[in-house]
Design a protein around this ligand. Structure first.
Ligand code: GDP
Length: 315
């Protein structure tokens, strides 16, 4: 398939769903011959003024807490406020079969005729914790098109930490009485989210108790900033508008968004680089800190994470 990258980028920035879908398929294409096109597309899209304005939210949490339901509810609330929304749902998949664990079911409910909502799922392929290799680039594509980009991943091990590399704001979703809290504290996961949602607030007393326990756990961590906790219910709609407000507030309060994005993209690029060239490749570049600084410099001067990785390929 021959691709006119300039035309494709124009389609993405004018929010053509066909173009956005084709652009994401292109960044998922692993054939080496496609790489120049992918890099050129990303460079083209990076020029879109929408990228700086876009709010990118990573949504993570254990299976079954209601992430997909919450993403559907957030989409509806954001659309009601006139915002366009792009969603990337990353499903865990077995590296052996390559098939998504949760199958191909459309888990997020939306109006198929609404051109201002775009939903795409991606199998993680077992790489990079719970995030797909192409997730960062797919987020870059969506960021050129939509006001809000929501990236949903299931909390399986590393994904909670990886998601922060491609999002401005990380939302951790938990549910009452799930016993996950102790695990989160042990694994250091509570230190990652910028905002927390205790979903299934309609369960009443048990939800209120979970919220109180969570606040106590967060305070015990003694971090500089205790993240806000919002009680939500996708059944009753409780807390959904408040969640939108809190997410927007977090994103809009980031003092230097562009520096933060550069830093996070460099971390993501380091993950990609290590995945591609192994630790020997990283050592060849002077070790992780030196390499990250180099990646950071390239990204600060306009390179995408993928292009920075390509430029620093081991000699
Ligand atoms: P995910 O695996 O985290 O994406 O969770 P889902 O969105 O698939 O939801 C898991 C289950 O929880 C489903 O049966 C939902 O109907 C249910 N669920 C989601 N949100 C709520 C809620 O706010 N209250 C209640 N009681 N159930 C919910």
């Amino acid at each position: 398939m021959s691709v006119d990258v300039t035309e494709l980028a124009r389609g993405v920035t004018t929010r053509s769903a066909v173009s956005v879908a084709r652009a994401i398929s292109l960044v998922e294409d692993r054939r080496p011959a496609q790489e120049p096109k992918i890099l050129s597309l990303l460079a083209n899209l990076a020029k879109s003024p929408n990228v700086a304005a876009c709010r990118r939210v990573g949504i993570t949490g254990p299976p079954g807490v209601g992430k997909s339901s919450l993403v559907s509810a957030l989409c509806r609330a954001l659309r009601a406020q006139g915002h366009s929304v792009g969603v990337l749902a990353v499903d865990p998949s077995s590296p052996r079969s390559g098939g998504a664990l949760l199958g191909d079911r459309a888990r997020i409910v939306h109006d198929p005729d609404d051109g201002d909502v775009f939903i795409r799922s991606m199998a993680s392929g077992g790489h990079l914790g719970g995030l797909a290799r192409a997730a960062g680039a797919a987020v870059d594509v969506l960021s050129a098109a939509y006001d809000w980009v929501l990236v949903e991943t299931t909390g399986v091990g590393q994904s909670e930490t990886d998601i922060e590399h491609v999002a401005d704001t990380v939302l951790l979703v938990i549910q009452p009485a799930s016993g996950d809290m102790l695990q989160f504290i042990k694994a250091g996961i509570l230190e990652i989210p910028d905002v927390l949602a205790v979903n299934k607030a309609d369960l009443g007393e048990v939800a209120a108790r979970a919220g109180a326990e969570l606040r106590a756990a967060l305070e015990a961590l003694g971090t500089a900033r205790t993240p806000p906790v919002v009680h939500t219910s996708t059944l009753t709609g409780e807390g959904i508008d408040e969640l939108v407000r809190v997410l927007a507030e977090h994103r809009d309060d980031i003092a230097d968004l562009s520096a933060r994005r550069i830093e996070k993209s460099a971390q993501w690029a380091l993950r990609l680089f290590t995945h591609r060239y192994g630790e020997l490749g990283v050592d060849d570049r002077g070790g992780p800190s030196a390499l990250r600084a180099e990646l950071s410099r390239l990204i600060a001067s306009g390179a995408s994470s993928l292009s920075a990785v390509a430029q620093l390929a081991p000699r």
